[in-house]
Design a protein around this ligand. Structure first.
Ligand code: IVH
Length: 672
């Protein structure tokens, strides 16, 4: 093949693969076998590798995502993302229709009924048929630019089909996780000892904000689109526009229906109230919209929501059952969670025996008495909650259930943290569930990633006197493990190998693994980057900690308290002796390496391949430069990766600001 042939083959393959993707993921009607599909994909990958100058972020090969970590840039929405007014009964929907008729006298208002998908809202911007940006709802005015992650969602077209789409438009919809993908994800998390997602909505939202788009791609998000916006829409009605969007390649729900009368609305509600349970994704209600765009325009918006649409919320499934007793769980941070233990009751297909009462305040507000009949709800959540008491069934003489005053595990008097609802057991070193919980956290996949040690093994290691704290793990030998039931040589060696391999885990994950109260994964990463080493983190004063992004007074205080504890310092020293990574691999802000960037202002845009976005931000600061979010006359350089936003590019060119790539930047700081 000549070069020209190869380039035209790249084009053909991209078009064909886009079409087959759409057939497979949106239409559910593949035309070719998976084998042929994979072969075409491999051919395209080969050709793209050969012609890197023809790389395209919208190529079907880019669906797999990348391992580059990127924090998200905030982007203002073109049209604010509002919410919907809620209704809970057919009567309330009828009242809304009555108001529409008053506001639009003499018109026969046609409505469109559709599903209310229970995921996370997304705004997609297309220019000339190509996806250019995907932004989360955020605060409604501005959201996070999650384009790289959204590109991995196979039901979202990167390149549109047909030719009747507007040059510029926005389309909104909901990113969801199917029930089956959700169950799979939670099963994996359970096996890895990680906390489960409560529902597909949280799982979808959490996934969309992951730093690693390859992992996003793996989890299999899906998307339904339901709202087209722009100056030049092809049709005068919402319904026709959505059908057009379907032809362009978007996944638009088949449930979308024209409703000409109130009895149509009633029938729609009645039908979906049960039929929704058969859908592959979670829904929490229905949405009714005025179909004609001109009428929508006449009706307008309130401050919070459109007048031309309402949501009808399904009632969460609810059951009534008797309280057996309230137990109190102790978490790894010593926080006590009250749990209602119930007479088993069937709720949306599963038997419920336990439901969280969250904390002392919520428990008191519910005013639960012994032997009460309680309402349990499970609105698409896997963890059921108690929503109320049936007072008419209360037994005479029953007494309110009291929150415990002493730790149910070790008997230590509980303390209440100032200004918080949580009661805490302060016996950090002697309270078994706390010790086991910390070990379990430490070995988790996103922390030290040590296979083969779950809750049960952690408990047995503790009971056998082998592991009292996280540092003890590094003294384990296969022979010691083999004295425990269930460990043969191979499994024991596997655990010890896993522990040894954890020495390579990067510093930021070590910080997260320590179980410093309030320090979650993101905060741990920011702290690690800011401090650069554990030595420095241990001695950072309050004010300096508070200067770290995302660290407020409460977190800063918690870190100082953690390292003021001699025992914690000893554990850290033992971890250091065991050979764990105690330093950041990259230069950091504090130990500023030099001042070569001398106050120059940078804007970072796009996706990078040599270092992550956060790393570049840290480097800019370490070398004396400044980071800002938006381009202005004051910007000195744009550090651009692949796929820099077109708006930014234009602005930078207009202002004549130099755009530099990674290589150039690295040579500026002497790392080229
Ligand atoms: S229309 C201006 N249609 O529900 C109103 N929203 O509670 C545009 N949602 O923020 C929204 N399914 O994230 C619309 N079929 C549907 C929907 C839907 C789910 C979400 C959306 C919105 C929220 C409002």
């Amino acid at each position: 093949m000549t070069i020209a042939d190869e380039l035209s083959r790249i084009d053909t393959l991209r078009k064909e693969l886009h079409r087959h993707n759409h057939n497979y993921y949106v239409l559910n009607a593949p035309e070719i076998s998976d084998f042929d599909f994979d072969a075409m994909m491999r051919e395209l990958e080969g050709l793209e590798k050969k012609h890197p100058e023809h790389a395209d972020p919208n190529s079907p090969t880019q669906r797999v995502g990348s391992d580059i970590s990127h924090s998200f840039e905030q982007v203002a929405h073109v049209y604010p993302m509002l919410s919907l007014a809620n209704t809970y009964s057919v009567e309330e929907v009828e009242q809304w229709v009555g108001r529409l008729e008053q506001a639009l006298p003499g018109r026969d208002v046609t409505l469109v009924g559709e599903m209310k998908f229970d995921g996370t809202g997304i705004s997609l911007i297309y220019e000339y048929g190509r996806l250019v940006r995907a932004v989360t709802r955020g605060d409604g005015e501005k959201g996070d630019d999650v384009t790289a992650n959204v590109r991995t969602i196979r039901t979202i077209p990167l390149q549109l089909s047909g030719d009747d789409y507007p040059d510029f438009f926005e389309i909104r919809g909901e990113i969801v996780l199917t029930w089956s993908a959700f169950d799979r994800l939670n099963a994996e998390r359970e096996a890895a000892g990680e906390p489960l997602f409560a529902n597909p909505r949280n799982a979808a939202a959490g996934t969309l904000k992951l730093q690693n788009s390859a992992e996003v791609g793996r989890r299999g998000l899906d998307a339904y689109l339901y709202y087209l916006l722009g100056d030049k829409l092809p049709y005068a009605t919402h319904y026709e526009n959505m059908q057009a969007a379907r032809r362009w390649g978007f996944k638009v729900s088949d449930a979308m229906t024209h409703l000409g009368s109130i009895s149509d609305v009633d029938a729609f509600i009645k039908y979906w109230d049960t039929a929704r349970k058969e859908l592959p994704v979670a829904t929490d209600g229905l949405v009714f919209k005025v179909d004609v765009l001109q009428e929508q325009l006449n009706l307008g918006f309130t401050a919070k929501s459109p007048r031309w649409a309402v949501a009808y919320k399904f009632r969460a499934e609810r059951a009534l059952t008797r309280l057996r007793f309230v137990s109190f769980d102790v978490g790894r941070m010593g926080i006590i969670t009250p749990v209602a233990n119930l007479e088993p009751v069937l709720l949306s297909g599963t038997v419920v025996k336990r439901a969280s009462l969250h904390n002392a305040d919520i428990m008191r507000a519910l005013d639960i008495h012994s032997d009460d009949m309680l309402y349990v709800e499970k609105g698409g959540e896997i963890i059921p909650k108690i929503t109320g008491v049936e007072l008419s069934e209360r037994c005479a003489g029953s007494r309110p259930v009291e929150f415990v005053s002493h730790c149910p595990a070790c008997g230590t008097p509980l303390l209440r943290v100032e200004g918080e609802a949580a009661w805490v057991c302060p016996n950090k070193r002697g309270c078994k569930p706390q010790i086991i919980g910390r070990v379990e956290h430490f070995v988790g996949r996103r922390m030290m990633n040590i296979d083969g040690v779950g809750e049960e093994t952690a408990a047995r290691l503790f009971e056998a006197g082998m592991v009292h704290d996280i540092a003890d793990l590094y003294s384990l030998t296969p022979e010691m493990l083999m004295t425990l039931e269930g460990f043969a040589r191979r499994s024991a060696e596997r655990v010890v190998d896993g522990i040894a391999a954890s020495r390579e885990v990067p510093f930021e994950r070590v910080v997260f693994a320590l179980s410093i109260p309030y320090v979650g994964e993101t905060t741990a990463r920011k702290l690690a980057r800011a401090a650069g080493s554990l030595d420095r983190l241990m001695d950072m004063p309050l004010a300096e900690l508070e200067a770290v992004e995302d660290v407020g007074p409460r977190i800063a205080r918690s870190i100082v308290d953690y390292f003021a504890d001699e025992e914690n310092r000893r554990i850290v020293e033992r971890l250091r002796d065991a050979g764990l990574t105690m330093e950041c691999a990259l230069p950091d802000n504090q130990n500023g390496v030099s001042d070569v960037l001398g106050g120059k202002t940078f804007v970072i845009s796009g996706v990078f391949s040599l270092h992550g976005r956060d790393d570049y931000k840290a480097m800019i600061e370490a070398y004396g430069g400044k980071n800002t979010g938006s381009i202005s006359k004051k910007t000195d350089y744009i550090l651009a990766g692949e796929n820099m936003g077109p708006v930014k590019l234009e602005k930078a060119q207009k202002l004549g600001i130099p755009i530099i790539d990674e290589q150039t930047f690295l040579s500026m700081i002497g790392q080229g």
